[in-house]
Design a protein around this ligand. Structure first.
Ligand SMILES: [Zn+2]
Length: 158
């Protein structure tokens, strides 16, 4: 299975692709392509088979690739809906220990109110949180699974 992100340059601007075409082009599963459509990859119309314009496909993949490169500045968490690092609402985060030295910071997006999270080592907690107010929960309390690796999930399918 491909371990690197799909190369946007494989998509030819003036060609329309079906879901199958795209799956073949990038060596990925059709489910992954449908997931992209759900997440905002534009289709030409709602007729079947669904067609995606090459230019839209390249643009979509470029944005995804750029989003993946973004890392959180101090005081920012990755918003799962905005798909970019943002400041949490109220400058408040909860630290949930996963192990003795690792945990996640969770908060709510100040922009869209979706859940945000950031994996962090205890040693770097203060640096990562910046000016945020940190509440610590005990391991074993209700823990939101931190789905940060969601950005890589597409490439494990199929
Ligand atoms: Zn957000």
């Amino acid at each position: 299975m491909p371990s690197s992100p799909p190369n946007p340059q494989l998509a030819k601007r003036y060609i329309s692709y079906t879901v199958d075409d795209i799956a073949r082009l990038f060596g990925i599963h059709r489910h992954t392509v449908r997931e992209w459509i759900k997440r905002g990859l534009p289709v030409i119309d709602k007729q079947r088979p669904l067609l995606v314009q090459g230019a839209d496909l390249a643009e979509f993949l470029r944005k995804r690739r750029d989003a993946r490169k973004q890392s959180c500045a101090p005081g920012q968490l990755f918003c799962l809906r905005c798909r970019v690092p943002r400041e949490p609402a109220g400058w408040q985060v909860v630290y949930r220990p996963l192990t003795a030295t690792q945990g996640t910071l969770n908060g709510l997006c100040g922009t869209c109110s979706a859940r945000m999270c950031r994996r962090v080592s205890l040693a770097k907690l203060t640096a990562a949180a910046g000016n945020l107010a940190i509440t610590t929960t005990q391991a074993g309390e209700h823990i939101d699974e931190c789905p940060t690796p969601i950005v890589n999930r597409d490439f494990k399918e199929g």
